[in-house]
Design a binder for this molecule. Structure first.
Ligand SMILES: *Cc1c(COP(=O)(O)O)cnc(C)c1O
Length: 219
């Protein structure tokens, strides 16, 4: 099947309230342009330099989302254009995003990445660190960032029950935080689900799925 066919098939299967991020990391611009021609406007990348090169070459109505781990010293390269940063996992990183957003006279939307998987290698903060972050005074002073939701990755396993438990856990944290009364935190986005587990993620309440290989083929 072509990229266009893959994309349209996935899109037609998604509920209306679920946003599709086409994860295009490692793929050439020509492949992204096939998805663009089929109507896709939201792309996810995991390296800032690669995303910036693609942003320079491609139509400007694309929304670029950073889904990978972020080095603080590289935030400045995406600050002029990035539409959503999924992998925010520290106050220090938020401070840098806020600083660079201010320089660009923008407000940058962010998701806090929560560690829900069993593996220690996956990035993200735990619930305790999340509480500390949300309670911090410096967060309340950041006028150029907006926390619009949470992101998480389940354990890489065949065990559907375990994946489901991890997604349900993230959803429960998300629900708890929706009543939060902080002016730059208004949660309406729950980013969970990839090629292998997005249907399960949607069943568990995901509002944003990040799908790469099912659209563009293996990497
Ligand atoms: C690569 C990646 C995806 C997409 O993975 P696929 O299995 O190809 O759909 C989703 N989220 C993150 C954070 C990724 O790094």
């Amino acid at each position: 099947m072509s990229i266009k066919e893959n994309l349209l098939k996935i899109k037609s299967s998604l509920p209306e309230n679920v946003t599709l991020v086409a994860v295009s990391k490692t793929k050439p611009v020509s492949h992204l342009m096939e998805a663009y021609a089929a109507g896709q406007r939201i792309f996810g990348e995991n390296k800032i330099q690669e995303m910036t090169e693609k942003w320079e070459q491609m139509p400007k109505d694309i929304k670029w989302q950073m889904i990978g781990h972020i080095q603080t010293n590289k935030v400045k390269f995406m600050a002029p254009y990035v539409s959503l940063i999924h992998g925010v996992d520290s106050l220090k990183l938020l401070e840098e995003i806020n600083k660079q957003a201010l320089k660009n006279d923008r407000i940058i939307n962010c998701l806090l990445q929560i560690h829900i998987a069993e593996e220690e290698t996956k990035f993200g903060i735990n619930e305790e660190e999340l509480e500390d972050l949300l309670a911090s005074d410096s967060l309340k002073k950041m006028n150029n960032i907006k926390i619009i939701g949470l992101m998480g990755m389940a354990t890489f396993t065949e065990n559907q029950n375990q994946i489901k438990k991890e997604f349900q856990h993230l959803k429960s944290i998300y629900e708890k935080l929706q009543s939060l009364n902080i002016k730059n935190c208004k949660l309406d986005t729950l980013s969970m689900g990839m090629s292998g587990d997005y249907q399960l993620a949607i069943a568990c309440g995901s509002t944003m799925v990040r799908i790469g290989s099912t659209i563009f083929g293996g990497r």
